[in-house]
Design a protein around this ligand. Structure first.
Ligand code: NDP
Length: 329
């Protein structure tokens, strides 16, 4: 029994390359549920795994793909039965063990979530890790007291996967969204998603840097880190909160304590990888109810396994708009 997979290999000279190959089922990792993968996503982290950047993959040959959806093929865990639709995100699948860029995957039942009612496997991967993370961030900001009448919410890296889905869901919930992007050509698409204003990245970073700047944002969802996160923290309203999700622009955080001690600003860390089951299920259900999949379709690029290596380069270069959906099964 064999299946098609995008296999990532490391040559003796250290070069990383990926190609579609037939792989014997005996090579699948240990696990108690085997899945026929139908769809996978492409996330920034997949870009790192496919190119070897960041050292996330330690063992080669490797099958990347940090999220996927599909149908249970075999299960020795009582929670899952053949034919059941499931989705997987996180748990270092696709990094530390084989992931979703293959027609078949084997994982621990603890990592799976049953596909929420009313959501198709394709829709689950349009959202994918990006959608789940955006939802988790919004949940946490609301738990910190954010309400639609509080003022504008800034979303950085807005044209990427997490940013664009966060923009869409926030707008659906009635928030005013300021979308910060380095790609002014995507302003129209961001406004269609529901952004009430689009802020140019270089204009945002320009101007004087003060320890505390004019307060502008009720809250922020940051996918970028680095200087952008440092700058936006100094502009958050009294009592506001910032959800830190990503590091597309750098891992450093240069800031000072004034936003925290003079304005009571809260910095909330968001991790989607190790979230407990109940939190995942709740976030998937809310995402299924709130996210306008039809309205987002224009920002979905559908590709096959063969096209992944090129797409990985593009996502690392910040050139992917919205979500890349990978047709697997
Ligand atoms: P994408 O590549 O789809 O989006 C990232 C966006 O960030 C780009 O579209 C671009 O937006 C902006 N960006 C890219 N490079 C730079 C740069 N050098 N400086 C400033 N902005 C930049 O990635 P995802 O949406 O999948 O992920 C976003 C971030 O969140 C990544 O760092 C990812 O690793 C992280 N992440 C974290 C998770 C968690 O659990 N904490 C889960 C999922 C993702 P624009 O063109 O609009 O400027």
């Amino acid at each position: 029994m064999s299946f098609r997979a995008l296999v990532t290999e490391k040559a003796d000279d250290g070069r990383i390359s990926s190609s579609v190959q037939q792989v014997d089922e005996a090579r699948l990792p240990d696990g108690n549920v085997t899945i026929d993968v139908q769809w996978a996503g492409l996330n920034y982290k997949d870009g790192l795994c496919l190119t070897g950047a960041g050292g996330l993959v330690r063992t080669y040959p490797h099958v990347a793909g940090i999220d996927f959806s599909g149908m249970v093929r075999e299960s020795i865990d009582p929670r899952y039965a053949p034919g059941q639709a499931v989705v997987l995100t996180g748990w270092r699948v696709g990094e530390a063990q084989w992931g979703g860029y293959a027609e078949r995957a084997r994982v621990s039942a603890d990592w799976l979530v049953p596909l929420p009612d009313g959501l198709t496997a394709r829709q689950a991967m349009i959202a994918g890790t990006a959608g789940l993370t955006a939802m988790l961030a919004i949940d946490r900001l609301e738990a910190a007291g954010l309400r639609p009448d509080a003022g504008e919410v800034l979303v950085t890296g807005a044209a990427g996967g997490v940013g664009s889905i966060a923009t869409s869901i926030l707008a659906r919930l009635g928030y005013q969204v300021a979308a910060l992007s380095g790609r002014p050509e995507l302003s129209g698409a961001l406004r269609l998603l529901g952004a009430s204003s689009v802020i140019d990245r270089s204009a945002f970073l320009g101007g004087a840097d003060k320890p505390l700047e004019s307060a502008r944002w009720a809250a922020a969802i940051d996918n970028v880190g680095g200087t952008i996160l440092g700058k936006l923290l100094r502009q958050v309203n009294y009592g506001g909160a910032v959800a830190s999700i990503g590091n597309a622009g750098g891992i450093e955080l240069e800031t000072n304590v004034l936003p925290f001690i003079l304005r009571g600003v809260t910095l909330i860390g968001i991790d989607s990888v190790m979230q407990p089951y109940a939190t995942r299920v709740a976030a998937w259900n809310r995402l299924g109810e709130l996210f306008d999949f039809a309205g987002y379709e224009e920002l979905v690029e559908e590709i096959g396994l063969e096209e992944l290596p090129g797409a990985a380069q593009r996502i690392l270069a910040g050139k992917v708009n919205g979500r890349v959906l990978v047709r697997v099964g």
